[in-house]
Design a protein around this ligand. Sequence first.
Ligand SMILES: [Zn+2]
Length: 120
Amino acid sequence: MAFCSKCGKAMSPGAVFCPGCGTKVGGSSSGESKLIVYGLTQKFLAGGTLKIYADGILLGEVKKNEKAEYPITNDCVITAKCGINPIKEKTQIKSGITTVIKYEYERVSSSFIAHVSEYV
Ligand SMILES: [Zn+2]
């Protein structure tokens, strides 16, 4: 059992923020947060490699059925492109937490969507 260094409240293992006073006490050993991006999975998409950008700067590429992890040190906006097609959805991510984005192509609307989840 871990305890908050500020108020002494008991915390669940792995907790980043104290449930009592909100002080940041845990987190990864580097103190940085992470972005995890899952590539597209639909078989019918030819190519399908995603280019991932943070505030317009290329972070890297994620091939179909693969995932990539990037360290995040500042709050930023994540955008992506599939080939030459920009994905409209922008994802605001915060430093200090892990953000997971799963991109999916929606056939009905012919557009890419981003499923975002956050973990502290
Ligand atoms: Zn506390």
